[in-house]
Design a protein around this ligand. Structure first.
Ligand code: PLP
Length: 729
């Protein structure tokens, strides 16, 4: 994307900055120093954001690369600068350290915090094998393989150096208890990703901790390899501890002082245990573990709670870490065990520690990720109901609005300033014919780009079949003449992690009925699907396989009108192409298990309407048919069961509701394109101002309780005015 920059940069050399930990590229020295020292103030006026995953691939948002292109900067006579430039222009652009919504939300949040100049640092892990690479075979279904990527070659990533020995990497020391229940000091190296603001005038550093180094013991290296590696329960527990236990040593080594710690999900909650121990030691001295009473512990908990903000992301049980007490006590300091005994009780399974319960207890603010999810969370955790609030998720609009759409917004005077202020869309008049016309043209281009991508993919898979053992995932590739999708045919998109509650296969529950809807009026539809199932999630993988198995039957029964394709290897780039290239976005989870959902927001901010169950964010984004459609069970959450049992997933009822709705949507799309465009414009007016991470981050800033410069404070306040997630309470 292009934008006027707030700062002037005369030569590429001004983009280099140094400090005792290394040489970095992307930010002028003065700004770098200001941001860095802002994270080291004596009063701790900053935030440490801890997340198991961060999704921020440079191939979907990369203001610095855009700047190099705009300025035609292709090399430099300074060899250090030149090396950076070559890496930025030609280096790989994937950082596969995310699995889905949680990570992408973290990335989007940090980008908005950078755009808004909020003093924040982030902490996560570096996974040398990423999450996993997905291949798909029509007979086998999903095939998962380790991802091999090279942090060393990846622009935006920098390995920090040891100030005492600049040729060696910086190492931090993290205290652990090993599997023999003995204390062990583990070393880890540190990578920094710079999340640089749109205007190149601020950044949020993300520290990715790399435990897979030669000096680490095998049990650490294994646990560090892959995100959400849960081959054994101990490995899963260790991965969580690696995240939570590195935070304080990292901050100490780098001199960061953040008083507030934001836990993006409970994975990193071990940091709270360390803080509680530190507090007990401060109050009772070095031998605190011999003398501490329950009263002492609870007092320390109260003190530490003042530092923690916690976001819970799902009502689904698999998202809440529980570990057998017997196992955990074998890898843990006795002090931790006493704290856990007091605070991590699992009401359902007394033999387990529940880390969500711990995170719920130790904080000064806890929030869910939509209004509906707040109400569900209060019912799940009645003890904490009073303090649970809502901060509805958003997406980083500069990342997710397509280039073609962005150009349209740039050229419309009503939208001047939209990049800095997504709130401006609220001021659009209901009827702006030129905008509607230009948006339609941009949408057509994005649709063609997606369809071209799919058609090329179908041919490639077909050719690969001759050389590899992989059977192409799509029926259309296997037909004698590879069949192509037509641009302009109504295109529905669906891309999610394949968890069973998301019900990717819901609309194929009755293929004959679905096919009949299309044949009745001779209306073609492309169904474009993507998404990964966690390698250990067998039910999720079966749903994926079912999608493939339905392709042929659907194609035949609809006389070739329905083309269902699956795009393997879902990532942010595919997501961006899909949300902008489809005509509608499908969301079919079992209510109320989708806490928020963000892919639908990405579609909405491009103007694409959602066809969605009334769950998560859509309860707030749906406006009486003005922005899209709803279907499926909508009853009170008091009566809903949270089970993921196949029998309670409501396939029959909810798919029928979809079939009743679909003819109306097809009619509108094919016969009333102007009305369809009105729905698109309504999405811009109603949904861009709300479902963006600038607004969301501003709501978090309120909870962070920071002292901000007056200009920053004013813009944060303006974003807070756009929407108050919790205001219906
Ligand atoms: C946005 C996004 C998600 C999250 O989508 P949900 O609708 O929240 O399930 C997952 N994966 C990728 C690659 C994304 O871009």
């Amino acid at each position: 994307m292009t934008a006027e920059k707030a700062i002037t940069i005369d030569t590429e050399k001004e983009l280099v900055s140094h400090n005792e930990f290394g040489t970095f590229f992307g930010i002028p020295q003065a700004i770098f120093d200001k941001v860095w020292s802002g994270l080291r103030t004596a009063d701790g006026n900053s935030v440490a954001y801890i997340s198991m995953e961060i999704g921020a691939d440079p191939d979907v948002f990369h203001p610095l690369l855009d700047f190099l292109h705009e300025q035609n900067i292709t090399d430099s006579d300074d060899p250090v600068v030149n090396a950076f430039i070559q890496k930025y222009l030609h280096g790989p652009r994937k950082i596969p350290n995310y699995s889905g919504g949680l990570g992408v939300l973290a990335g989007d949040t940090l980008k908005s915090l950078a755009d808004m100049h909020i003093p924040v640092l982030a902490i996560s892990l570096l996974y040398r094998e990423g999450y996993f690479s997905q291949f798909v075979d029509s007979k086998v279904g999903q095939i998962d393989q380790a991802t091999h990527w090279m942090p060393e070659e990846t622009p935006t990533l920098f390995q920090l150096h040891d100030p005492q020995n600049p040729d060696a990497p910086l190492e931090i020391t993290v205290p652990f208890f090993n599997t023999q229940d003995e204390p062990e000091q583990i070393k880890a190296q540190v990578w920094m990703k710079m999340e640089i603001s749109e205007e190149l005038d601020y950044f949020v550093p993300e520290f990715l901790i790399d435990y897979k180094i030669p000096s680490s013991p095998p049990w650490i290296r294994e646990a560090a390899e892959q995100l959400y590696n849960a081959k054994t329960m101990v490995m899963k527990a260790n991965q969580r501890r690696m995240l939570g236990s590195c935070a304080l040593p990292l901050m100490r080594t780098l001199g960061f002082t953040a008083h507030t710690i934001h836990l993006n999900e409970q994975h990193g909650v071990a940091v709270s245990l360390h803080l509680i121990q530190r507090e007990l030691k401060k109050q009772l001295g070095d031998t605190f573990y011999n003398t501490m009473s329950e009263q002492d512990i609870l007092q320390a908990v109260d003190t530490v709670s003042q530092r923690i903000v916690y976001t819970i992301h799902t009502p689904v049980k698999a998202g809440h870490d529980r570990f057998p007490r017997a196992m955990y006590s074998g890898i843990n300091h006795k002090v931790c065990q006493r704290i856990l005994d007091l605070l991590a009780e699992d009401e359902e399974y007394p033999g387990e520690y529940n880390f969500t319960a711990l995170a719920m207890r130790v904080n000064r603010a806890v929030n869910s990720v939509s209004r509906l999810h707040r109400d569900v969370t209060r019912r799940q955790f009645p003890k904490f109901a009073d303090k649970i609030t809502a901060v509805t998720n958003g997406v980083h609009h500069l990342t997710w609005i397509s280039e073609n759409r962005a150009r349209v917004f740039d050229n419309h005077p009503e939208l001047t300033g939209w990049r800095d202020n997504p709130g401006i869309f609220a001021e659009l008049a209901a009827d702006v014919p030129e905008l509607s016309r230009d948006l339609r043209a941009a949408w057509e281009k994005d649709n063609i780009a997606l369809i071209d991508y799919i058609n090329t993919m179908l041919t490639t898979h077909r050719n690969q079949m001759l050389e590899t053992w992989i059977d192409p995932p799509n029926y259309l590739s296997r037909l004698p003449e590879t069949l192509k999708l037509e641009p302009g045919a109504f295109t529905i998109g669906f891309a999610r992690r394949f968890s069973t509650y998301k019900r990717a296969d819901l609309i194929f529950d009755d293929i004959s009925t679905l096919a009949e809807i299309l044949t009745k009026k001779n209306q073609p539809v492309n169904f474009v699907f993507a998404g990964k199932a966690h390698p250990a999630d067998e039910p999720g993988k079966s749903v994926l396989k079912l999608i493939l198995d339905n392709q042929e039957e659907l194609y035949r029964k609809s006389n070739g009108l329905a083309k269902l394709v699956f795009i393997p290897g879902y990532d942010m780039l595919i997501a961006k192409m899909m949300v902008s290239g489809v005509h509608a976005w499908l969301n079919s989870p079992k209510r109320p298990l989708e806490a928020s959902g963000t892919s639908g927001m990405k579609a909405a901010i491009n103007g694409a309407p959602n066809i969605s169950v009334m769950d998560g964010w859509w309860v707030e984004g749906y406006h009486d048919g003005l922005t899209g459609w709803k279907f499926g069970y909508e009853g009170p959450i008091e009566d809903a069961n949270l089970s993921e049992d196949p029998d309670s997933l409501l396939y029959g009822e909810d798919s029928l509701s979809f079939y009743q709705l679909l003819p109306e949507i097809l009619n509108l799309f094919y016969n009333h394109p102007d009305k369809y465009m009105q729905i698109a414009v309504n999405n811009l007016r109603f949904n861009v101002p709300i479902f963006n991470t600038h607004r969301m981050a501003a709501e978090y800033v309120k909870k962070y309780d920071l002292k901000l410069e007056s200009k920053t404070a004013a813009s944060v306040e303006a974003f807070q005015q756009l929407y108050q997630s919790d205001s219906d309470q």
